[in-house]
Design a protein. Structure first.
Length: 148
């Protein structure tokens, strides 16, 4: 819980809302927020609260890791391919899909009648996010760099 609190303090000091105009930067803050949320869930689970350990694990993996992987891949690809360091509509959609996938996967960890439908929805959103990356960024990775 202390780790979650300290990382939340760090995240708030970065003033991520100031980056809202550029989603390529904002998504990095979203990924870090998943780290804070996952650490808080882990702390609650360890303290015996009614929070499944798997919810914390999926917030950390599907949320923090998944979001950060796509954030870094999109930014690095755009930079190395000579593209503007700005998120286009498809990139923003990819970020939204991975975020929704992480939300539904974390929610699915809380046992209930909706567990299996949430798992299926989460898997579909996850696949759509990474397939969207391949479809939109594949040509940037395969074709010669654009001159600036």
């Amino acid at each position: 819980m202390l780790g979650a609190a300290l990382n939340l303090w760090r995240l708030l000091r970065w003033r991520g809302f100031a980056t809202a105009a550029e989603q390529l930067l904002l998504v990095l803050h979203v990924g870090y927020a998943w780290l804070v949320f996952g650490a808080a869930l882990l702390g609650l689970a360890m303290l015996g609260a009614d929070v499944p350990l798997s919810a914390a694990i999926h917030a950390l993996t599907a949320g923090a890791v998944g979001t950060m992987i796509l954030a870094v891949m999109t930014r690095a690809t755009r930079g190395h391919a000579g593209r503007d360091l700005s998120a286009d509509h498809v990139t923003v959609l990819i970020y939204g899909l991975v975020t929704l996938a992480a939300i539904t996967r974390t929610a699915a960890a809380f046992d209930g009648a909706w567990t299996m439908p949430l798992l299926i929805i989460s898997a579909g959103l996850w696949i759509a996010a990474f397939a969207g990356f391949v479809l939109d960024y594949g040509s940037m990775l395969l074709l010669p760099r654009r001159p600036r």
